[in-house]
Write a protein of this length. Structure first.
Length: 395
């Protein structure tokens, strides 16, 4: 069940760097900031004022290829992997019953995702079973248990096995009813498996396949495990400069490998291809390396490096809460009906957008973007207040 716990706001205060250092074994400020940036990006791309007018970088790639928006979800799964090492590393991971706690948390996350898909109609006959929170739950469950029961070397090997096996499944195994392996949206092996096991419960926009489908969960676990390896590195006793150097080197190697693999196994977020895993994991390593260097290392000589972090930390420490509520509140607003001057009835969210944004922008794209940014700013105020009150809602 969700619970409220305290978190010292001084962790973001440059004058309390020594306090943050003492917490380093259990919490990494740069990781909270990186998570906060990622979650803010999620809210930005998921809540435009008008879905008909969205700038291209804020949309997913139609199929093969990628946009900045395609980086957000894999970044979050990567962060889940890093966080696992801080949550379960050391004596905590050896406690009796820890596997049960992991399972309970996974079930809560999965249940929250199902609730979002059911709300507000609660049509159990046709509701979507896969989803973002559901994938987070499955990746968290798999990566946590793997982390507790395997070595770093075994985890590295498992990543390689998952990526190669998934590549072969999509490019070699014939698809039943089709007769040949392919990577088309509706006829690839993953789409066939989704239809076979979850027919009638898939993404409404596609109906016959799902971007968070069953088969693509395998490479998504590899994304989480890449974060586990990075978390293990950051928790090690290596000098901080070495950690940053290793992160940059591994990140560059992963990105280059993903680009090379893209030539015969295209980067594709919806399929979560192996090349996509390497590209996004590499970019996540580079992003976290920058945050770690500036926020957790350079702060010792230049305290000002932390002054900008508080809003992102506020997002980061309540990431699941803000993601869940940012998906729930717009639906609630859509249920509230408002009569416009011309007599037509619209949802409260549409009414607010048409009233407070559209009239003040000559470009509908700018109006749509302004609506999304305003939604983020509202959450900044709410989450900053929660952070100041030391309120964290943990799932």
């Amino acid at each position: 069940m969700p619970q409220t716990v305290g978190y010292g706001s001084s962790a973001a205060d440059a004058s309390a760097a020594s306090v943050a250092d003492k917490r380093h074994a259990t919490r990494l400020l740069s990781l909270d900031v990186f998570r906060g940036i990622t979650v803010a990006g999620m809210i930005l791309v998921n809540n435009p004022g008008d879905w008909g007018h969205v700038y291209a970088p804020l949309l997913h790639a139609p199929w093969h290829g990628w946009t900045p928006t395609d980086l957000i979800f894999p970044f979050f799964l990567f962060i889940v992997g890093v966080s696992i090492t801080y949550a379960l590393g050391g004596p905590i991971g050896q406690q009796k019953g820890v596997a049960g706690k992991i399972l309970r948390r996974s079930l809560v996350l999965f249940g929250l995702g199902l609730f979002l898909n059911l709300f507000p109609k609660f049509d159990f006959a046709t509701f979507r079973i896969p989803g973002v929170l559901q994938r987070i739950a499955l990746v968290y469950l798999a990566c946590s248990l793997i982390y507790l029961r395997t070595s770093t070397r075994a985890q590295s090997r498992l990543i390689v096995i998952l990526l190669i096996a998934y590549w072969l499944l999509l490019t070699v195994v014939p698809v039943p009813g089709v007769g040949y392996a392919n990577m088309e949206p509706t006829t690839n092996l993953g789409a066939w498996l989704d239809r076979t096991l979850l027919e009638g419960h898939l993404w409404a926009s596609a109906k016959v396949w799902d971007p968070e489908g069953l088969l693509s969960t395998l490479p998504a676990i590899a994304t989480g495990l890449s974060g586990v390896l990075v978390g293990t590195l950051l928790r090690s006793d290596r000098p901080e400069a070495d950690k940053v150097a290793w992160l940059f080197a591994a990140g560059c190697l992963s990105v280059v490998s993903g680009v090379i693999w893209d030539s015969f196994f295209p980067i594709n977020k919806a399929l979560w291809t192996s090349s996509f895993v390497l590209l996004t994991a590499g970019l996540a390593m580079l992003g976290l390396a920058l945050c770690y260097w500036f926020i957790d290392v350079q702060v010792r000589t230049s305290p000002g490096y932390r002054r900008w972090t508080t809003p992102f930390v506020a997002f980061g420490v309540n990431a699941i809460t803000v993601f869940f509520l940012s998906g729930l509140i717009p639906r609630i607003l859509n249920m509230i009906r408002v009569t416009r001057p011309d007599g037509t009835e619209v949802g409260a969210r549409e009414w607010m957008y048409q009233t407070f944004f559209v009239p003040y922008f000559t470009s509908p794209y700018n109006a749509s973007l302004a609506g999304a940014v305003t939604f983020i700013l509202i959450w900044v105020v709410i989450l900053w207040w929660m952070y100041a009150k030391k309120i964290i809602i943990k799932v």
